[in-house]
Structures are given as structure tokens and as C-alpha cells.
Design a protein around this ligand. Structure first.
Ligand code: 5GP
Length: 192
């Protein structure tokens, strides 16, 4: 699709375990104009994760080379690993008129606010901090050490929710997805 106006830049952030992946998967199923920005990371793949689909998995050396080349719109360290959003793909997708969704941590979202003030920034919040622990335990993807580290980070992340344009509580998946879709549609109407 071609369009005179570039697509929206949509940031979905929130603490680890809040359900960003599941919400984004549903958004992409329901809205054909949305595209997903695949980030780079130095974290090791979890079982079932595919290189180029979930992330571009790279070494620290490769990531640092990309930083020097100015390849990232933003990047951040999260629990000792680097994560970053590549600019080139993002610009191409938006120039084609598609809206692009970024799944990033709150530090990255803060950088995007400064570098791309027109971005639509949505914070996904858990119904409670206990629920966050429960969801991450269910995922079984992290060691006990990583779990504990992520819960400490989550407390700081929650404090930044008021910096976002919208806060959506992920209490019920379909309800939360509909709320995010309504926010995106309203932003599109303002944008065109
Ligand atoms: P995970 O290791 O669970 O996949 O991701 C850890 C955290 O890094 C999550 O909060 C996730 O949203 C965030 N993240 C994923 N990709 C990026 C990125 O490109 N930039 C930033 N700043 N954070 C990211």
C-alpha cells in the first residue's frame, strides 16, 4: 500500500510478564495495517524463539558495531542484555503507509519520546504485581535469578506509567486488545 502520510509509530511498553507479546500478536491478527518491528538483542534465544522473527539474535560485538553505525532508533540495557530498534526497516514500513508496533522497555520508550515525539506510546499494566509474578512463573522461560531480577525491574518500570500517552490494564486479553485498537484508530483519524 502506498500513502502520502507515513504510518504511525506505536510503542507498546510495560513490565516483563505483563503480556506484551500476546497483546501484540492479537493486534497483528486483527488489524491488517499493522506491522511488527523485530528488535536486535544480545540475549540468548528461548526455546521456540526464531532468529529474524522474535528477535535478531546477535553477539555483543555485532550489537556494538550497529550502535556505532547509528542503526538504532533507540537501544537499552535490560537485565545485562542489550536490546535495540533498527531504524531502516521502520522507516521503510512507515513510508509504505503501514503503522509499526515496537515492543520495548520503558527506557527505550523514553528515548523514542525524545527522538520521535509523534510516536503513540501505550503502557500495558498488570492488574496487580502478584499477577505479574504468576504470569512469568507460568511462562517457565526464565531462571529463578532472572525472575527475581525482572520483578525488581518491574517495580521501577511501573513508576513510569504516567509518562505514557495511554495506560491500558491487561486484565482480560481481548478487552485490553480492543482498548488498544480503539486508541490506535483514534490516533489514525487524527493523523490523516
Ligand atoms: P525479553 O527478554 O523478555 O524478550 O525482553 C526484555 C525487555 O526488553 C522487555 O521489556 C521488552 O519489551 C524489551 N525490549 C524488547 N525489544 C526491545 C528493543 O528493541 N528496545 C528496548 N529498549 N527494549 C526492548
Amino acid at each position: 500500500m502506498s500513502s502520502s502520510k507515513p504510518g504511525l509509530l506505536i510503542v507498546i511498553s510495560g513490565p516483563s510478564g505483563v503480556g506484551k507479546d500476546t497483546v501484540i500478536k492479537r493486534l497483528l491478527e486483527l488489524d491488517p495495517n499493522l506491522r511488527y518491528s523485530v528488535s536486535y538483542t544480545t540475549r540468548a534465544p528461548r526455546p521456540g524463539e526464531v532468529d529474524g522473527v522474535n528477535y535478531h539474535f546477535v553477539s555483543r560485538e555485532e550489537f556494538e558495531r550497529l550502535i556505532r553505525e547509528g542503526a538504532f532508533l533507540e537501544f537499552a540495557t535490560y537485565d545485562a542484555n542489550l536490546y535495540g530498534t533498527p531504524i531502516a526497516e521502520l522507516d521503510k514500513v512507515r513510508a509504505d503507509g503501514h503503522d509499526i508496533v515496537l515492543k520495548i522497555d520503558v527506557q527505550g520508550a523514553e528515548q523514542v519520546r525524545k527522538r520521535a515525539p509523534d510516536a503513540l506510546r501505550i503502557f500495558l499494566a498488570p492488574p496487580s504485581m502478584d499477577e505479574l509474578v504468576r504470569r512469568r512463573t507460568e511462562r517457565h522461560s526464565e531462571s529463578a535469578r532472572d525472575q527475581a531480577a525482572r520483578q525488581i525491574i518491574a517495580k521501577d518500570e511501573m513508576a513510569l506509567a504516567p509518562h505514557f500517552d495511554h495506560v491500558v490494564v491487561n486484565d482480560d486479553l481481548e478487552r485490553a486488545v480492543q482498548e488498544v485498537l480503539a486508541i490506535i484508530r483514534r490516533a489514525r483519524e487524527r493523523h490523516t
